[in-house]
Design a protein around this ligand. Structure first.
Ligand code: PHE
Length: 340
């Protein structure tokens, strides 16, 4: 029996030497140390041995068991290290490979233009106020002094969502929203946003475009403040030599209403293709806030006055970069967008 145990141990240790991975090792453990292994059977059946044999066999069997367990532990450690080394070797990172370039996004030309506009009006003390793209008939028209069926509504071809809801045709409804929120504070804000018009899409007009509305409300605001503000804006955006021209106009929500032009940035007033040989470029529609509109916003027109203007955003960018088709702005053609 003792002899048997020695053999069993030598055989097991010998078998262990040729093992190279943890799966084989586990099989080895089951075979030599598992519940059904020869060694376990010997240990389990010690009681059946004669009292003379039992102590010596018992002692040796236990020694063999400890020896095999120790050998198993050592082997497991070695294998683990080897496997780690192999993994490191095989999955090695080649640091000399060139990296994959990260392609940088960019700001849309409209966003860039908007930010220039924000910065200039920011310097002049205007806050940015955002109002919704989807508006009610009442805010887009009614409260801006255009009751239902008012003929001036025809100036804005409209995308209707229902009888009362529409896509704003201009940023002017924001005027009412700011006034109602800010009363009785004086106001100096710009309201940027997309506007929508049910129009034929051509190289010169889109059914979606940006406007930046301006609104100032205070106790002694006059038309000169408006003209001064627009002149300063044009000069900060296009250079200190710009001149502004004012023409009389009509909007239901301003009185008096004006239209502001500036001398053409390309020809300086001589006349060229960009200004269509007029020497002037349109800047915005504007005017003094109509008393009815002030009232609708909660401001008493006997005490308060204000000016408002509505700037286009794509047009000035078109002039600046010589872009001849407004459809390029929202056509999502990267060949166009990547140029800015
Ligand atoms: N909302 C007008 C338009 O879209 C522009 C405008 C704004 C005119 C503010 C006067 C005052 O045509």
């Amino acid at each position: 029996m003792l002899e048997n145990l020695h053999k069993l141990r030598d055989k097991a240790l010998h078998a262990l030497e040729s093992i190279t991975d943890s799966e084989e090792l586990e099989n080895w453990r089951i075979e030599h140390l598992g519940r059904k292994s020869e060694l376990s059977q010997i240990l389990r059946n010690l009681g059946q041995l004669s009292p003379e044999e039992r102590p010596a066999v018992g002692q040796l069997a236990n020694e063999v068991k400890l020896a095999l367990e120790a050998a198993y532990d050592d082997k497991a450690k070695v294998l683990k290290r080897e496997e780690l080394e192999r993994a490191l070797r095989e999955q090695r990172i080649d640091v000399t490979l060139p990296g994959r370039p990260v392609s940088l996004g960019r700001l849309h030309l409209t966003t860039q233009t908007l930010r220039e506009i924000y910065a200039i009006f920011g310097q002049m003390g205007f806050q940015v106020y955002e109002s919704p793209d989807v508006e009610t008939d009442e805010l887009n028209f009614g409260l801006l002094n255009m009751p239902p069926h008012h003929p001036a509504r025809d100036m804005w071809d409209t995308f209707w969502i229902s009888d009362e809801v529409l896509l704003r045709t201009h940023t002017s409804p924001g005027q009412i929203r700011v006034m109602r929120e800010r009363y009785p504070e004086p106001i100096r804000v710009i309201l940027p946003g997309k506007c929508y018009r049910y129009e034929q899409v051509t190289a010169r007009s889109e059914h979606q475009f940006y406007q930046v509305e301006g609104l100032a409300v205070g106790h002694a605001i006059t038309l000169t403040d408006l003209i001064g503000t627009l002149t300063e804006f044009a000069r900060r955006l296009y250079g200190p030599q710009r001149r502004i021209r004012i023409r009389g106009s009509y909007f239901p929500f301003t009185e008096p209403s004006i239209e502001a032009d500036m001398d053409c940035i390309l020809c300086g007033g001589e006349g060229c293709r960009v200004c269509r040989y007029s020497g002037w470029l349109e800047v915005c529609g504007a005017g003094m806030v109509h008393p009815v509109v002030l009232q609708n916003g909660g401001y008493d027109p006997d005490e308060w006055s204000g000016f408002a203007f509505g700037l286009g955003v794509e047009r000035p960018a078109m002039v600046k970069y010589n872009i001849d088709d407004i459809r390029l702005f929202y056509g999502n053609d990267l060949r166009f967008l990547r140029q800015f």
